[in-house]
Design a protein around this ligand. Structure first.
Ligand code: SF4
Length: 317
């Protein structure tokens, strides 16, 4: 069985107002094994949501993936045609979107969107079967009175209930991987904790891998799996979340943990120096002369910093 999801040296570009190619992601590495939890954490503009879209072949035009390997269950996402990608979306990877409202059409009763992916992949047919599946899924994600809930409209649900229903919809085609993009950003702290517990339970009960994207380091740590830290369009640190929370290796992760305000992303993604050099309290002359490569760090982790490795990133593209 190939690794469930792999991204190697991803580069995503958008044209600027003068038509020049502007890099918005440049140097993201990510992998997710069957059944594991991975949290991708980064500030606004770090490239985390675009990374997820690239994984699913959904980078919106005029943006494009201009470099890197992207594979889902061994399928080359960049080379795959739309029919192949549609076969993967929902069935291999179910997506819970950032905006609760983006997951639902306001005029559709819940049973339709919740059972949609299962219908698209030929797992159910007919209204009766779809309603029954929706009721089962809504019950599985912990919504009370699920048989009645299938006829509710999205606006009749609380924010926490809507996100649970979005998770139910993402599970409908029995994916191996659940991708949740900022799933708790619109929720209060109680609902956030409940949603995290739900994701943990589903991973355990369904043998799912879970990929959570968040700006919240505390939340990323609470997922208890591996953590990837993104800064300025590149992966800067990878490691077990518990270890990272106790002893981060990269100065950017240290700044995030200390709650210091750090720049989200420079205007240009430099390839000739460290992108954190202007905010780094440990910067050395070398950090302005070359861009560090992602190299071995603490306890099997990876870190992109000259404090840990002398290796500089090879130029490409
Ligand atoms: Fe700081 Fe240099 Fe490491 Fe960049 S490479 S994080 S500037 S020490």
């Amino acid at each position: 069985m190939p690794t469930l999801a792999v991204i190697e040296d991803l580069v995503v570009a958008f044209p600027d107002t003068e038509g020049r190619r502007r890099l918005v992601v440049d140097g993201v590495w990510l992998d997710v094994e069957d059944g594991e939890t991975v949290a991708v954490v980064g500030a606004s503009g770090s490239g985390k949501s675009l990374t997820i879209l690239a994984l699913l072949g959904l980078v919106p035009a005029p943006g494009e993936v201009v470099h890197g390997h992207v594979r889902l269950v061994g399928v080359d996402v960049r080379a795959a045609d739309e029919a192949t990608l549609c076969g993967l979306r929902g069935r291999t990877a179910g997506l819970v979107q950032q905006e609760p409202s983006a997951n639902f059409n306001p005029v559709q009763r819940l049973w339709r969107p919740v059972s949609e992916a299962a219908k698209r992949h030929g797992l159910v047919s007919g209204v009766k079967e779809r309603r029954a599946l929706a009721a089962d899924l809504l019950a599985e994600v912990g919504l009370e009175d699920a048989p009645a809930m299938v006829d509710a409209f999205p606006h009749q649900l609380s924010g926490g209930q809507r996100q649970r229903a979005a998770v139910a919809a993402a599970l409908a085609a029995r994916p191996h991987l659940l991708v949740a993009d900022e799933p708790t950003s619109a929720l209060d702290s109680v609902s956030q904790a409940e949603l995290l517990r739900l994701l943990g339970r589903l991973r355990h009960e369904r043998g799912l891998a879970v990929l959570v994207v968040t700006h919240d380091l505390e939340l990323a740590t609470a997922t208890g799996g591996r953590m990837l830290v993104l800064h300025a369009g590149e992966t800067v640190e990878v490691g077990e979340s518990v270890r990272l929370a106790k002893g981060p290796a990269h100065p950017y992760t240290q700044a995030l943990l200390a709650g210091r305000v750090v720049p989200s992303a420079p205007a240009e993604l430099s390839r000739s120096r460290c992108r954190f050099v202007d905010g780094c309290p440990r910067a050395m002359p070398r950090c302005r002369q070359a861009r560090p490569a992602l190299a071995d760090g603490l306890e099997g982790g990876l870190v992109r910093c000259f404090l840990w490795s002398d290796t500089a990133e090879a130029a490409h593209g």
